[in-house]
Design a protein around this ligand. Structure first.
Ligand SMILES: *[C@@H]1O[C@H](CO)[C@@H](O)[C@H](O)[C@H]1NC(C)=O
Ligand SMILES: *[C@@H]1O[C@H](CO)[C@@H](O)[C@H](O)[C@H]1NC(C)=O
Ligand SMILES: *[C@@H]1O[C@H](CO)[C@@H](O)[C@H](O)[C@H]1NC(C)=O
Ligand SMILES: *[C@@H]1O[C@H](CO)[C@@H](O)[C@H](O)[C@H]1NC(C)=O
Length: 383
């Protein structure tokens, strides 16, 4: 596969260093992981802690839809929930989005670059490549990985990449109780805050598994959901790179999927967001050696940007500590659309129309149920 980058490791940053985000606090003292102070890694975060009790208070006053958790976050695993997918706004099962979801970049031929599931052992290689090409990305990071490689998160943040929440243990959130969703988001958020001193206002649900309950919890906790682009024809912009390490998909197949994504992207009226990962050697090799170069050399010319930036979200808005903007993240997810910035909500389908009331437009974008079937079939944990 790709030849690893030979760019030297970037500067390391110490406590007290000033981040690029105006108004953000200086870097905290180096994070030291004390296992007893955290949930077990890669296990669903427990709910019986003072931390979770405190975070649950953030939901008070918000209208959290009373939807039963799904069986396992897949359509096939829960036919009853699947039959209600449209009213639940369940993305996994039919591709339903709401106007508060970010699913694309507003400008045509713009790729909102992101990588999930790190910080990983190979993330530094990716960071060096991005730096050498002056590219920035959004990193959706997992709490269980952050506590292992806090310095990599520092490097990502200090190099100007956007940092966003991707839960503590990477479970499908719709299958969890409300308390568990709060715990999963809260512990990841706390890990990020402890390491880099700021609290992200963007999150991505693992597997894209979100419904109106999970959305409302996330928004009440001050995090706007970010998924990836679906076309109207039943495809989502998933490179399937996460299936390469397990041998389910080959590297060339994943790259062919990416080429098909770029080709399909030329047909959209908006830009797009693609699912890729920085956790595994193979997925980083695919990014450095194949997908990023292919996008940079693509005709017509593509703009590569981080997701918050391509959505015109000021960088200060991306973290609670630097954010002075009362309209972002949305103060109340259920009280109307007036606070939704133009261009960021449901941008891959501009035809959003509200049929169920509330802020969430009931935008149906059917996606392949094959995708969900594959999660179940491969038993793959990471996506
Ligand atoms: C990156 O930006 C720097 C400073 O603006 C510039 O000197 C350099 O040529 C750029 N590199 C690439 C690959 O665009
Ligand atoms: C691209 O579009 C074609 C034609 O609609 C579709 O069959 C294919 O699944 C799409 N692929 C991706 C990755 O979007
Ligand atoms: C507040 O945030 C919204 C949404 O990101 C943005 O459109 C608007 O420009 C921001 N306002 C200020 C003053 O930064
Ligand atoms: C959010 O809006 C709903 C509907 O208008 C309202 O019932 C609820 O009290 C609001 N919550 C907050 C925290 O403002």
């Amino acid at each position: 596969m790709a030849t690893p980058s030979t760019i030297p490791v970037t500067a390391t940053y110490s406590a007290g260093a000033t981040p690029l985000i105006s108004g953000a606090p200086v870097l905290p003292t180096s994070f030291v992981f004390v296992a007893s102070q955290w949930p077990a890694q890669d296990q669903i975060a427990p709910t019986d802690s003072t931390e979770v009790t405190e975070w649950l208070e953030e939901l008070s006053g918000f209208d959290i839809p009373d939807l039963a958790p799904t069986a396992d976050g897949t359509c096939v695993g829960d036919p009853t929930a699947a039959s209600q997918a449209a009213s639940r706004g369940w993305w996994t099962c039919g591709g339903y989005t709401r106007s508060t979801d970010i699913t694309a970049c507003p400008d045509k031929m713009t790729w909102g670059v992101s990588f999930d599931d790190g910080p990983g052992f190979y993330s530094m290689e990716l960071l060096n490549f991005l730096a050498s090409e002056n590219l920035t990305s959004t990193f959706f990071v997992i709490g269980s990985r952050i506590v292992e490689r806090p310095q990599v998160l520092v490097e990502e943040y200090m190099a100007g990449h956007e940092i966003a929440v991707h839960t503590w243990s990477h479970r499908p959130l719709t299958m969890l109780t409300t308390d568990q969703v709060v715990a999963e988001l809260g512990w990841a958020r706390k890990a990020i805050k402890d390491v880099i001193g700021v609290t992200p206002t963007l999150m991505r649900p693992p597997y894209g598994d979100i419904d109106d309950r999970v959305r409302a919890i996330s928004l009440a906790m001050g995090m706007v959901p970010v998924i990836w682009t679906s076309t109207g024809t039943g495809a989502t912009f998933d490179t399937n790179d996460w299936k390469v390490p397990g041998g389910v998909v080959t590297g060339p197949q994943s790259f062919a999927t990416f080429e098909s994504i770029l080709s399909n992207a030329t047909l959209l009226n908006t830009g797009f967001v693609v699912l890729e990962h920085d956790l595994y050697a193979q997925t980083v090799d695919l990014a450095i050696g194949y997908t990023l170069p292919a996008a940079m050399n693509f005709t017509p010319k593509l703009t590569l940007d981080s997701i918050g930036h391509c959505n015109n979200i000021p960088s200060t808005n991306l973290y609670r500590e630097s954010n002075l903007n009362t309209s972002f993240p949305y103060a109340n997810s259920t009280s109307g659309d007036s606070s939704v910035p133009s261009g960021s909500g449901g941008s891959s389908s501009s035809s959003s129309s509200s049929s169920t009331g509330g802020a969430f437009s009931n935008t149906a974008m059917p996606i392949s149920m094959v995708v969900a079937t594959l999660f179940a079939a491969t038993g793959a944990l990471l996506m």
